[in-house]
Ligand binder design. Structure first.
Ligand code: DGL
Length: 262
């Protein structure tokens, strides 16, 4: 047993879609969440910068006594996970492997990936899918406007609908079996994306896959939290002049959210 918190970070509100799934699956754990709002967006930055930022955020979480780190960000997972696992002596989970595992089990072959420009450029998803799933066909699409729109809370309006249509209109005719929401901001647009692609395409929210992987890891290593009471979530932002609280309240269904400056 280990009653320390699970450390989670992303560039902003996106990682809360992962945190939400972690809390659902592991309700007795405590969490520390860092939204690196001062450095948002991650998606347009170079690999070197993402490595530097990820290192700082993981150091922050280790200083706060986290027992394990979840990189709740597709951009940081695809560009920095391997380096972070080399540098740090703490277990670190990203969003790609658990998701590709799930697709492999479901025998999915025609797979779409939408993500930030940095993630698509890194080929992080495609390389992993090609390694793990024989004869897979991967169709990639960078959607750089979606994360800033999610930060703004523009996830259900006409601008969101038109933007999603513009990004996904070519994918609609690709006979996809699954579409990975390869950026953790994108589950906020899930309904609109479903409307655009139709019911035959399984829309993959990576947070659900990460939650399963994390649960297994905690059990196998006997480091679950043995408290049976209410979980605690501490949220830190690197800059508080942003719309984070409004989006967070909606996403985490108005639970008491207390945000501190890191
Ligand atoms: N939510 C992040 C991701 O999964 C980062 C988006 C951004 O900051 O551009 O890629």
């Amino acid at each position: 047993m280990d009653n320390r918190s699970i450390g989670v970070f992303d560039s902003g509100v996106g990682g809360l879609t992962v945190l939400k799934e972690l809390k659902k699956k592991l309700p007795h754990e405590d969490y520390i969440y860092i939204g690196d709002t001062a450095s948002f967006p991650y998606g347009s930055k170079s690999k070197d910068t993402i490595i530097e930022l990820s290192k700082k955020r993981i150091e922050n979480l280790i200083d706060m006594n986290a027992k394990i780190i979840v990189i709740a960000c597709g951009t940081a997972t695809s560009q920095a996970l391997k380096e972070m696992q080399k540098i740090f002596n703490i277990p670190i989970i990203g969003i790609i492997n658990p998701t590709v595992d799930y697709l492999k089990k479901g025998n999915k072959k025609r797979i779409g990936v939408i993500a930030t420009a940095g993630t698509i450029r890194s080929n992080g998803w495609k390389n992993n899918i090609d390694k793990m799933i024989d004869n897979a066909i991967v169709i990639n699409k960078a959607c750089p406007l979606l994360a800033p729109m999610a930060e703004e809370g523009w996830t259900e309006n006409e601008i969101a609908r038109l933007t999603i249509h513009e990004y996904l209109k070519d994918m609609a005719s690709e006979n996809l079996e699954a579409l990975i929401l390869g950026c953790t901001h994108y589950p906020l647009f899930k309904k609109m994306i479903e409307n655009e692609l139709g019911k035959n395409v399984e829309i993959i929210n990576t947070g659900e896959m990460v939650a399963k992987e994390l649960e297994e890891y905690l059990l196998q290593n006997n480091i679950e939290n043995d408290k049976k009471n209410q979980t605690k979530v501490d949220i830190f932002l690197t800059d508080t002049e942003c719309n984070f609280l409004n989006v967070a309240k909606k996403l985490l269904e108005n639970e008491n959210i207390d945000i501190k400056k890191l």
